[in-house]
Design a binder for this molecule. Sequence first.
Ligand code: SF4
Ligand code: SF4
Length: 395
Amino acid sequence: MSGRKIIKPDLELINYLNENGGGDPKKCYQCATCTSVCRLSTEEYGFPRRQVLLAQWGLKEQLMKDPSPWLCFYCGDCSKRCPRKSNPGETMMNLRRYLTSLYDWTGLSRLMYRSVFWEMGVLLVVAAAIVLMFTLPRSFGFGLLAQSGSAPLSTVMLDKFAPAGIVDIGDRIMAVALALLLLSNAARMLYGLTSGENIPFSFYISQLPYFVIQGITQKQWGRCGSSDSTTNWLRHLFLVTGYVIMFTLVVVFLPSFQVNGIGLHWTSYLGYYATLVLLSSTVWILVDRIKKRTEMHAFSHFSDWMFPVLLFLSALSGILLHIFRISNMPLTTYYTYMIHLVIVVPMLVVEVPFGKWSHLLYRPLALYVAAVRNKAKEFQVERQIAGSAKTAASA
Ligand code: SF4
Ligand code: SF4
């Protein structure tokens, strides 16, 4: 027997793709029309034809080593042109969901992407924990609601109802825990992409600025070229500014704006901007999905609804909270505050490390690995050319 490695199909991957998502890799007959129309496909990373084949055959190991599913920004050109209606754009999207569930070592992501009941269940458990935190007596929980006896009902005293110091500590613990979970999942992704490669560390260092630029701007999306893609990229960028500002305000500046009384603070104006962005962007996304306006929105997995719906409810409850606070409606403000946290905390806890939000880290990471590999290849070619020139000169 030779030492040739036998490649076995992963039946779980095949079943996952059969049961989830709107693409059908089985229909593909490998004509490659999709790859030829894709404006982001390159010689080094030709997609989506190859990935549809890997999906058809259940070749999980090859998919783990391939950054291509993350290099696709779902413009949908390939799906429009596929003669077999295999929907390769959606298969790429479904592979991103599948890969996200593989990177997550806790296994929660895997359960949530396969079952709406699991996703709803996890969200409800976290929401119930927040309600308990407010309602249990002080000796068991934060006892915030129990404290409302000391929060006056004549004027809004939010800091008396939910002391900013306590909420702030909770915020920071949550931010650190989420960052650790997300980073550990990203480390698994990086390991899967780079294990077995022999690229000098200096190449990884030299491409770090590219990782940062792609992480902040996702400007590769803009290179897609179609008018839909450019609009979607700019809208995405707009949305990202909204939740980055909101996240920073809540995690870093909470004690500055969660104060007693009804006055405004400089953070209020940033909050107005972020809320406006979140509300308008999520309405836009939801309308696109309802109307199936573009190829990208033609099929919606339940996880495609969950994140914009939760973001929309977070922004809406935040606006109501603010209106009730500046209108000096104490009891309504206190209850709306609790409802706001019951929406925001589960959304962050579930979506950042295990759900859709994680693509904000995975995508630039894949682009980064692709850039490192390209640099290493270029270097090797240059070295070979220099070596050949030297040999020719000495001959
Ligand atoms: S265009 Fe359709 S049939 Fe042709 S390779 Fe792509 S997915 Fe397969
Ligand atoms: S959806 Fe667009 S970017 Fe993605 S593979 Fe198809 S053509 Fe390429």
